[in-house]
Each structure stands twice: as structure tokens, then as C-alpha cells.
Design a protein around this ligand. Structure first.
Ligand SMILES: [Zn+2]
Length: 116
């Protein structure tokens, strides 16, 4: 049998952690902004190979930011669910998701049975 957490218990257990992660993601985005800037075409200082390196580095930086954006959206959704009282309840079947699963991944929206 799954132990259910009350709304207050969910907030106590997950809210600070979610806010911390959101803050860290936002900081990482700020700190790496320069890596995502367009690569300038400067034939004098940048040779063909290093320009390709720069483009590749920029593409990787953009992909990483895309992952951060997705994660930030998931965390924002979890925080909204905490505020509304929906947090911890499966979107599919309405059962409580379970503390173990939420501890591992507080942004999940459904229980392990529905996730399969
Ligand atoms: Zn479910």
C-alpha cells in the first residue's frame, strides 16, 4: 500500500528542492550565455577549422540550453502542482504517485504503472 503525503507534506518535502534546482538552471543559463551567441565570421582571427569548432561548440551550448529550458518547464509545472494541490497525484489514474518515485523525480506527472 502506498503511503500518501498531504499537500503540506509535499510542500515541505519538495518545494525548496524544486526552487533550488530552478535557480541553479537559471544561473547556468546566465553563465553560459556567451557560448550561445552567433559565431562571427572573422576570417582574420579564426581559421576554417577553428570556425567549425566554434560552430560546433555553439550548437552544443544551444542543445544544452534546450535541455535546461525543458527541465525548467517541468519544475515550474511541479511547483504549480504543489500550489494547486495536484502534486503527487497521477495525471492518468488519479492514484498517489508514491514517495519513493517522487523522491527520485519530483517532476513526474504519473505513477509508475501509468508511465509504462
Ligand atoms: Zn497512474
Amino acid at each position: 500500500m502506498t503511503t500518501e503525503l498531504s499537500e503540506q507534506q509535499c510542500r515541505t518535502r519538495y518545494e525548496a528542492r524544486l526552487h533550488d534546482e530552478l535557480r541553479a538552471i537559471s544561473q547556468a543559463g546566465d553563465q553560459t550565455g556567451a557560448d550561445r551567441r552567433p559565431v562571427m565570421l572573422d576570417q582574420q582571427s579564426v581559421g576554417r577549422l577553428s570556425r567549425m569548432d566554434a560552430l560546433q561548440g555553439q550548437a552544443m551550448a544551444l542543445a544544452m540550453q534546450g535541455r535546461r529550458d525543458n527541465r525548467a518547464r517541468a519544475i515550474t509545472t511541479a511547483l504549480e502542482r504543489l500550489a494547486s494541490g495536484a502534486f503527487g497525484w497521477c495525471d492518468e489514474c488519479g492514484e498517489f504517485i508514491g514517495v519513493k518515485r517522487l523522491d527520485l523525480a519530483p517532476t513526474v506527472l504519473c505513477c509508475v504503472g501509468c508511465a509504462r
